[in-house]
Ligand binder design. Structure first.
Ligand code: TMP
Length: 209
């Protein structure tokens, strides 16, 4: 894999783990420490990727095949990498991304039944070899996560899937972190926001050194 002056950090995990809040906090913290940092969300962040996101999360399309989902997520990602992430890494930014290929492996792979090795490979193709320097998994009990989400807004197409699906998602994330400990960190997201943020910052600091 090519190396860049910047660093690519992903926050990922099951529903309602507080990723979006923690992405914002991390970027804020990095900037306070004098680093140039930017936040992106997957799928999304470019005009094309946001349009793909609308299709993926549309409740009027409940029966999408898991392979179709894989290719749509990867298409969104190809665009994000080409337009935003790689150019930002080339000029030395820290890019903090809300979800990435790890989500497709957990949702469409571990829970949806698509071969996970194939998804990792498709990820390499879509991202032209770009991989995160670190993926932090914010781990949370499934019921607690879905309940937290529901207090914020109604469930979208993927959140509406069965509880068993989300249990497989969670186990999928934990399995990949166990298999690739150099590239992943797991943080217990059931604790107060400040404690979770501190653990994320510690994991990220090891990569930025
Ligand atoms: P969000 O929770 O980050 O807004 O993500 C939107 C939904 O899309 C969420 O239910 C997880 C799902 N998702 C997948 O199923 N596969 C993927 O590859 C990604 C990035 C998200």
């Amino acid at each position: 894999m090519a190396t860049y002056p910047g660093k690519f950090i992903v926050l990922d995990g099951p529903e309602g783990a507080g990723k979006t809040t923690q992405v914002e906090r991390l970027v804020h913290r990095l900037r306070r420490d004098g680093r140039q940092a930017t936040a992106v969300r997957d799928p999304g962040s470019t005009p094309v990727s946001e349009r793909i996101r609308d299709i993926l999360l549309d409740k009027r399309l409940p029966d999408m095949d898991a392979r179709t989902e894989v290719f749509l997520y990867m298409a969104s990602r190809a665009e994000m990498v080409a337009r935003i992430i790689r150019p930002a890494l080339e000029v030395g930014l820290v890019v903090v991304c809300d979800r990435f290929v790890s989500s497709t492996v957990a949702y469409q792979g571990a829970a949806g039944g698509v071969d996970t090795a194939l998804i990792w490979e498709l990820g390499r193709i879509a991202c032209a070899g770009l991989e995160p320097d670190l993926t932090v998994i914010l781990d949370l009990d499934v019921e607690a996560g879905l309940a937290r989400r529901e207090r914020e807004r109604p469930r979208d197409r993927i959140e509406s899937k069965q509880r068993a699906y989300h249990e497989k998602v969670r186990r999928g994330f934990l399995a990949m972190a166990r298999e690739r400990p150099q590239e992943f960190a797991v943080v217990d997201a059931s604790r107060p926001l400040d404690e979770v943020a501190r653990d994320i910052e510690e994991a990220v600091a090891r990569v930025l050194r």
